[in-house]
Design a protein around this ligand. Structure first.
Ligand SMILES: [Zn+2]
Length: 286
């Protein structure tokens, strides 16, 4: 009988030939070794979720057959997109010579529908002459989010809420703007008065500090292991591209720049192109 416990995953694994157990919230773990040389520290397999693993005694770790890079603290992360349903498999060699296998099936969620009317039509359907700028903006955002970042545990103590305010929009909701269905919303909207300070959710490097068409003044911070946080619609920013920021450091103030109907912060967390749900990942709401 092997029991592994941590406060994030209520789990109890029993050896029956091959170790296997179906965990709460549809997380399926199967171990071909009694030694779990890879351990989940935080998070769970759920759409929009992030799992932080420690791999103290493992090498050659692969996620779905592709090599995973381990950071200096022997950690690595796995994130799940809004609509991910596929099984993800982690394989590794343990130091004791055994092979480790872990299957992750993301728990599926039901998302809200959010209707927003009264937006200026040129913001919902941008004029043709602005399409180039929008394409450039999105390429820059993609580049910023594709940076691996410094490999260190900037995010190991989680992500702090960047501003105190009222949540007016949630992750994953389907959006109907001026009556027309659009891309789902991937951020958390936090309404707060214009000028309210916004702080970095975790330490990292500023990989974008720019005024964009849709998101107005936008800051992206890279936290390492391809994890980034994005802050949009700022009235003003107080950091520059390349700056290192500490957790809790002021990076700008709340505004309503870009496509926005009022003063709020749109806060996002990405793992490469996987869009994660800050509400699942963040530390306690203030
Ligand atoms: Zn938003």
């Amino acid at each position: 009988m092997v029991t592994i416990r941590c406060n994030c995953f209520k789990q109890s694994l029993t050896k029956v030939g091959t170790l296997s157990a179906v965990l709460t919230s549809l997380i399926l773990f199967s171990f071909s070794s009694a030694n779990a040389c890879i351990n989940p520290l935080k998070g769970k397999a759920i759409q929009g979720g992030l799992i932080i693993f420690k791999a103290e005694n493992a090498s050659h770790i692969k996620l779905d057959g592709r090599a995973v890079s381990i950071n200096k603290e022997n950690g690595f992360v796995v994130g799940f997109h809004r609509d991910d349903v596929d099984l993800r498999t982690i394989n590794a060699h343990c130091q004791d010579g055994t092979e480790f296998k872990l299957n992750l099936v993301p728990e599926q969620r039901i998302y809200k529908t959010q209707k927003i009317s009264g937006l200026p039509n040129n913001m919902v359907t941008p004029p043709a002459k602005i399409l180039n700028r929008i394409a450039q903006d999105s390429e820059l955002v993609k580049q910023a989010r594709s940076q691996k970042g410094t490999s260190t545990d900037y995010f190991i103590s989680g992500f702090d809420w960047p501003v105190d305010g009222v949540i007016t929009g949630v992750y994953g909701s389907e959006r109907i703007l001026n009556g027309a269905p659009r891309q789902p919303h991937f951020g958390i909207d936090i309404a707060a008065p214009t000028g309210t300070p916004i702080t970095a959710s975790a330490a990292g490097t500023v990989v974008m500090a720019k005024d964009l068409y849709f998101t107005g003044w936008t800051i992206i911070i890279s936290h390492g292991d391809y994890l980034s946080s994005t802050y949009s619609h700022l009235q003003d920013i107080s950091v520059q591209l390349g700056d290192y920021v500490n957790r809790g450091e002021i990076i700008g103030v709340v505004g309503s720049t870009g496509r926005s109907t009022g003063a709020h912060l749109d806060w996002r967390i990405n793992w490469l192109d996987k869009r994660l749900d800050p509400q699942l990942i963040a530390n306690k709401h203030p």
